[in-house]
Design a binder for this molecule. Structure first.
Ligand SMILES: *Cc1c(COP(=O)(O)O)cnc(C)c1O
Length: 462
């Protein structure tokens, strides 16, 4: 947690005249005040440059009567790049000594692993090791990881589910003998998931920058409130929007859009969070989650920092599988957040209708948001839909939504077909995977994970 957030006030006049990079520097300097200005400047310069394929980094475009904030122009074509392109540089600066070695372990269901690999590749004295569930990620996602370059990276498929891989990683984090063995070699272990505040704070930037773009486009007057609709899983992205609001950005409603795993829709509607329900595998897999870790941070803020109360709610969640917040807290939540969800069929229908009515092709995660946005009555404010991934990451499901039959097609055939229909070009970092060398073909069992981690440490740090 950062208790300084509510005290920080942004200067709207200045934000509206700044580049993305200047705003990023301002956000980071306010919230990470234990870094020197020179350090942060260097981090921002390394993170937000030509590695994004749009000069604006996160451009805003019109989408019918609303606006689309495109967060997928980074090296892995998903919004997680905005944070994971800078986190490795921040971690590098925060080391006590330049000789300290850090090994980052990550289990992934698809997007986080690749974004972490890309961010940490070739960063000095940091190694990155990613485990993904064997044969349980999309063709394109698997190739993104299998073809990852870098002298400090390790990638391994695990025979099991994502949960098995995650459990395996957690077991390594808590194995004292293993931790001690690494410590003797000067290596400490770390993680790259969104419970790390270093992944949340950089995301505040694009809310401020999107607002500035709207002012410069003439879509709003400076001072007008804007609504943001956010496709949500772990509540990290939308929480950054809440932080932007706390810092003084004129935000109307934050709309939390869920897929069929609609635990957050129920929570925001009723005040009861209940994770005891069937887990549904959807066509928006990065939002398939029943325990949204970052919600705890929101409860902390909206209960005025009542740690004992939040701890009691979290204990209920762990022990009984559910908790209910007070009426007062629910009322506070509902003045800030709206919510809704989309089934698979509704998600596909939103891709198709958006393409037919605007000519813009959106991916499944963004489409969940579009469905929800279209059903929430506008309160007269300008509304921005966050677009979290490129449709070319999930070409087969996009094709199916548009009415083509992707059966029997490889990921690349589906990509070609999609280019023809949409009249756009797949990001080169995805299409070039077709001919990229397969560098990481290891497959291990859960029990084999510690040995793989040791082999990566050996390779990276010797
Ligand atoms: C991770 C992810 C989300 C969900 O973001 P949270 O911060 O976990 O709420 C949505 N869409 C895509 C494409 C993602 O990769």
């Amino acid at each position: 947690m950062s208790d300084v957030i509510p005290e920080k006030r942004i200067d709207l006049d200045r934000i509206c005249n700044q580049t993305f990079q200047e705003t990023a520097l301002e956000v980071l300097s306010q919230l990470f005040n234990d870094f020197s200005p020179e350090e942060l400047e260097a981090c921002v310069a390394s993170a937000y440059g030509t590695n994004f394929d749009d000069d604006a980094i996160t451009p805003v475009r019109q989408l019918g009567s609303d606006y689309l904030l495109e967060l997928f122009h980074g090296p892995t074509s998903a919004f997680k790049d905005v944070a994971l392109q800078i986190l490795p540089h921040l971690m590098n600066c925060s080391r006590e000594s330049a000789d300290d070695k850090i090994l980052v372990l990550t289990a992934t269901s698809g997007d986080t692993g690749k974004a972490a690999l890309e961010g940490f590749a070739d960063v000095d004295n940091i190694g990155i090791c990613v485990f993904y569930p064997y044969q349980k990620v999309s063709d394109v996602q698997e190739l993104q990881m299998v073809c990852q370059k870098g002298s400090n990276v390790g990638v391994c498929a695990v025979r099991g589910t994502f949960d098995d891989a995650q459990t395996g990683v957690k077991r390594i984090f808590t194995d004292q003998a293993q931790i001690d063995a690494f410590a003797r070699q000067g290596i400490s272990l770390s993680s790259a998931n969104s419970i790390n505040i270093g992944r949340l704070v950089p995301q505040i930037t694009y809310y401020l920058d999107a607002y500035a773009q709207l002012v410069r486009m003439g879509a709003i007057e400076k001072g007008d409130a804007v609504d943001f609709c956010v496709p949500t899983g772990n509540f990290g992205d939308v929480l950054a929007g809440f932080y932007a609001k706390l810092m003084g950005l004129p935000v109307g409603k934050l709309i939390v859009a869920s897929n069929a795993n609609n635990v957050l829709t129920d929570f925001i509607s009723t005040g009861t969070y209940d994770r005891l329900r069937d887990f549904t595998k959807t066509i928006s897999p990065s939002m398939d989650i029943l325990v949204s870790s970052n919600l705890e941070r929101l409860l902390y803020h909206l209960s005025d920092g009542d740690c004992a109360y939040v701890a009691s709610l979290m204990a209920d969640l762990a022990e009984k599988g559910s908790y209910t917040v007070s009426g007062e807290l629910l009322a506070r939540i509902q003045t800030i957040f709206s919510c809704g969800f989309a089934s698979n069929a509704e998600t596909s229908a939103a891709i198709r209708s958006t393409f037919e009515s605007t000519g813009v092709l959106i991916d499944q995660h963004t489409a969940v948001g579009k469905h929800v946005l279209d059903r929430i009555p506008s309160e007269g404010r300008v509304r921005v839909l966050l677009s979290t991934a490129s449709p070319y990451k999930f070409p087969a499901d996009c094709l199916a939504a548009l009415g083509s039959n992707p059966e029997g097609m490889s990921g690349f055939e589906a990509m070609d077909e999609l280019e023809g229909i949409a009249g756009t070009t797949a990001p080169v970092q995805l299409s070039s995977l077709r001919t990229a060398e397969h560098l990481h073909t290891d497959v291990c069992t859960i029990e084999g994970m510690p040995a793989f981690v040791e082999s990566v440490a050996e390779k990276v740090f010797r």
